[in-house]
Design a protein around this ligand. Structure first.
Ligand code: SRM
Ligand code: SF4
Length: 567
């Protein structure tokens, strides 16, 4: 392997010494002296879908009182392709109250998150998730994460077969270690006499970094396939799935002020048939396992492996590992990366209703009993639910005879209120108070900022037009801000970098327009730009295209240009 002579990152040693992700997690869970776990186990629990956090709103106050931070854990449950059954929804709803902070978070990768789980409840929560035929292993960590799949298209046999591919990739790339069952599900305990565990795909040190896969059905690009390490773009001819274009090397995460880090869009590698998909996925993962940079986690994502070696090198590697080359890619066109809201009918006569969920947070508030409403829906719903990659929820496959009942429940709870197109397109990551890496607010702030943008749009007579605004509390890019028409990326409390120029189909990176600005300045810039768009924009011209045509930002050819301000 080409990693052998590198000075390894500390995490590599932790993985190596962990006995396939066991570490001392089991013992730590029994340690009642502290609400936290050891730093090494903190790294390892990520592979089990668990992040140690503390309430950042209370950090200073607790330090003043000489108390340890108020530790709790975030647990992420994988939901491949975002499909979940009503019984599972009811169980998730119950778990949120029983074990966590009462809210459910739908993530930008079609998974569920619970926040505020205390150490003593971790095991019961993971066990409860598994009882519902979901799991948390590989929801985080240096492995392939929850596999995404287009949620949008009206249900058809094509969607079913594409979804089956996403599920198969997910199963194929799930770590095999028995540690998960031992620690969380009281599975048979490993003893030193046992034959060693093994990981046929990953090996003992797993991947150099997280790895993300998405499957998409054009023309929708709701999963933002080009932001992924590995993508499968379904090619459909005469209502038949003929195969997939394979894309590699996308990713969003960057570090402020470090020009060696940048977002990248994935490039197309070739075309594979449905029966080649698992071999492609496995071998791409193995290329990254063997050639990813284990000496520098900031340079360890597959996007850098692809960028450093070039796409032809990746092609050669894949061909030599598979024994056959991929075919030439097929032409593809994406039209949109948002969701389709409201009622839409499926080919079989059943219905889907897509609900806008503010930043994916499902909870009850004084003005919107959202969690109650969805519980009431789940109690009568005979289809399923789909979590979208835009943090929204589809009540899917509603039999025609149940449509009025579901509508009545939604109406009764105030969920049919209209939202502006801009709000429906918006996304914010979690950020404060739970995210340890947040530099600024996102989820708790974006809704208010959108209200101000709505006022600007109304003032300029363009209230009905949608602008895709995505906000993150730091440059890690969890709400994929670098492909938004307007990206706001946290720099410090109350201050953001403003990026402009993404395309509303997820196929173009944006570029830095203004750095480290506060709310007044954000509003001032958007006021001027939206005013120009209303006056000088061509009919149907997206805002992202307009700002480029006007020269406010440039078309970015390579991710390295994203942070270069176009003066
Ligand atoms: Fe993320 C780390 C939340 C999607 C890039 N992300 C984190 C952590 C776990 C913070 C940490 O490491 O301590 C955040 C937990 C916050 C909390 O309190 O819940 C976090 N990421 C999220 C979620 C929940 C955002 C959301 O609002 O939905 C998303 C969970 C997805 C899931 O279900 O698996 C989430 N994260 C993403 C995405 C979007 C995507 O994958 O489509 C990205 C950008 C794409 C990419 O990976 O390049 C993303 N998250 C990161 C990074 C930067 C990775 C990098 O390459 O540099 C980090 C930090 C890291 O890994 O070191 C990070
Ligand atoms: Fe946290 Fe940054 Fe991700 Fe937001 S983008 S959830 S602040 S890591």
């Amino acid at each position: 392997m080409s990693n052998e002579n590198q000075t390894l990152e500390a995490v590599e040693h932790i993985k190596q010494d962990s006995n396939y992700l066991r570490g001392t997690i089991a013992q730590e869970l029994r340690n009642e002296v502290t609400g936290s776990i050891t730093p090494d186990d903190t790294q390892l629990t990520k592979f089990h879908g668990i992040y140690q956090q503390d309430d950042r709103d209370l950090r200073k106050e607790r330090a003043k009182q000489k108390l340890e931070p108020l530790y709790s854990f975030m647990i992420r449950a994988r939901v491949p392709g975002g499909i979940c059954q009503p019984e599972q929804w009811l169980a998730i709803d119950d778990m949120a109250d029983r074990y966590a902070n009462g809210s459910i978070r739908i993530t930008t990768r079609q998974a569920f998150q619970f926040h505020g789980v205390i150490k003593g409840r971790l095991k019961a929560t993971v066990a409860a998730i598994n009882q519902q035929l979901m799991d948390t292993i590989a929801a985080c960590g240096d492995v392939n994460r929850n596999v995404m799949c287009t949620a949008n298209p009206e249900l058809s046999s094509i969607h079913q077969s594409v979804y089956a591919v996403a599920q198969a990739i997910s199963d194929h790339l799930t770590p095999q270690t028995r540690a998960y069952h031992e620690i969380w599900l009281d599975g048979e305990q490993w003893t030193a006499d046992d034959e060693a565990d093994h990981e046929p795909i990953y090996g003992q040190t797993y991947l150099p970094r997280k790895f993300k896969t998405a499957v998409v059905i054009p023309p929708d690009n709701d999963v933002d396939v080009l932001a992924h390490d590995l993508g499968f773009v379904a090619i459909i001819k005469d209502q038949q799935l003929t195969g997939f274009n394979v894309t590699v090397g996308g990713g969003m995460g960057t570090t402020h002020g470090d020009p060696a880090t940048f977002p990248l869009l994935a490039q197309t590698l070739g075309f594979c048939t449905p029966d080649q998909v698992l071999s492609v996925a496995e071998n791409i993962v193995k290329i990254q396992r063997d050639h990813g940079d284990r000496s520098n986690r900031k340079h360890a994502r597959f996007k850098y492996t692809v960028d450093d070696h070039g796409i032809d090198w990746v092609r050669q590697q894949l061909t030599s590992r598979m024994g056959v080359p991929l075919a030439d890619p097929q032409p593809v066109q994406f039209t949109h990366n948002g969701d389709r809201f409201g009622w839409r009918q499926n080919q079989d006569g059943s219905w889907n209703h897509t609900l806008y969920i503010t930043n994916g947070r499902v909870k009850d508030s004084a003005d919107l009993p959202l969690k109650q409403a969805l519980r009431a829906v789940a109690q009568v719903h005979r289809g399923d639910f789909r979590l979208t990659a835009n943090q929204n929820l589809i009540i899917a496959r509603v039999p025609a005879q149940d449509k009025a009942l579901i509508e009545q429940i939604l109406q009764h709870h105030g969920l049919l209120d209209a939202h502006s197109a801009t709000r429906q397109l918006s996304m914010a990551c979690v950020a404060l108070p739970t995210c340890t890496l947040a530099m600024a607010e996102a989820e708790r702030y974006l809704p208010d900022l959108i209200t101000q943008v709505e006022q600007l749009q109304a003032k300029h007579g363009i209230a009905d037009r949608g602008v895709m605004i995505r906000m993150t509390g730091c440059p890690n890019g969890c709400a994929r801000p670098f492909i938004a028409e307007v990206g706001l990326v946290g720099k410090a409390l109350g201050r953001y970098n403003l990026y402009l120029g993404g395309r509303p189909d997820g196929t173009r990176l944006n570029q830095l327009f203004a750095e480290n600005i506060d709310e007044a300045s954000i509003i001032q810039h958007l006021d001027a730009l939206l005013g120009q768009w209303s006056q000088q924009g061509q009919p149907q011209e997206p805002f992202g295209d307009f700002v480029i045509r006007q020269g406010h930002v440039q078309v970015v050819q390579h991710g390295i240009e994203v942070h270069i301000q176009n003066k």
